[in-house]
Ligand binder design. Structure first.
Ligand code: PRP
Length: 211
């Protein structure tokens, strides 16, 4: 029997994802060791786990290098890959927001060609251009996005807000909420057709442990 391959996002979602598989009785002992290994096998249950950079999880699933992935809805929206979103796992809850310095809160939308710094250029573009019908210059960053309005790189940022601590500690605030974010289970459509019974069985078991 062929293994079912799971792509797990490295980073903030990985510990909870590994915890779910541990509760299901899968062998995750090696994954918990935090080595540099990227592939793990549970031979008994015919499951393979790969640890992937979060933004690459939908790519692995779209190309069927993984059958199933666990990744944040922020990444799913940003990457726009052809994957089937099967389950809202309801952990890693946060919000995608427009944020900036408090004194700009009531006037930012009047700025011509608003500068928006973000790790999520597609989400930001979609929100400002399509939804708000505003001209916006999207500036792609790779981290510590909160620095952008503090250094004059941009007027606002589009980023995830979880506890709100990073905003508060840097004197920023939420201007507008774009959408709710949480971890999702995504599946390759061909895998779902070919392995429907096994995948449905795994998904039902996951549902049982996340409730
Ligand atoms: C994320 C996000 C915010 C912060 C929000 O960054 O980009 O900066 O977490 O969390 P909070 O509301 O609980 O403070 P991350 O920690 O992934 O680091 P990065 O900025 O280097 O990407």
């Amino acid at each position: 029997m062929k293994s079912i391959t799971f792509a797990l996002a490295k980073g903030r979602l990985s510990d909870i994802s590994i915890g779910i598989f541990e509760k299901l009785g899968y062998d995750v002992s090696q994954m918990k060791e935090k080595s540099r290994k990227l592939i793990f096998y549970d031979e008994k249950n015919k499951i393979k786990f790969i640890l992937v950079k979060a933004s690459d999880v939908p790519t692995y699933v779209e190309y069927q290098a993984a059958d199933i992935g666990i990744v944040g809805y922020d990444t799913i929206l940003e990457e726009g890959r052809h994957v089937y979103e099967m389950l809202n796992l309801n952990f890693g809850n946060c919000k995608m927001c427009v944020c900036g310095r408090p004194e700009m809160k009531d006037s930012f939308y009047k700025i011509h060609n608003l500068k928006v710094a973000t790790k999520y250029p597609n989400i930001a573009k979609e929100f400002f251009e399509k939804e708000k019908k505003m001209g916006a210059e999207i500036i792609k960053l790779n981290g510590s996005v909160e620095l952008a309005p503090l250094t004059g790189l941009s007027e606002v940022i589009v980023d995830i807000v979880e506890s709100g601590k990073t905003l508060v500690e840097n004197g920023l605030c939420v201007f507008e909420e774009i959408c709710d974010i949480s971890a999702r289970l995504i599946v390759n459509r061909v895998s779902l057709k070919m392995e429907r019974e096994r995948i449905n069985d795994i998904v039902e078991k996951i549902k049982g442990v996340i409730i």
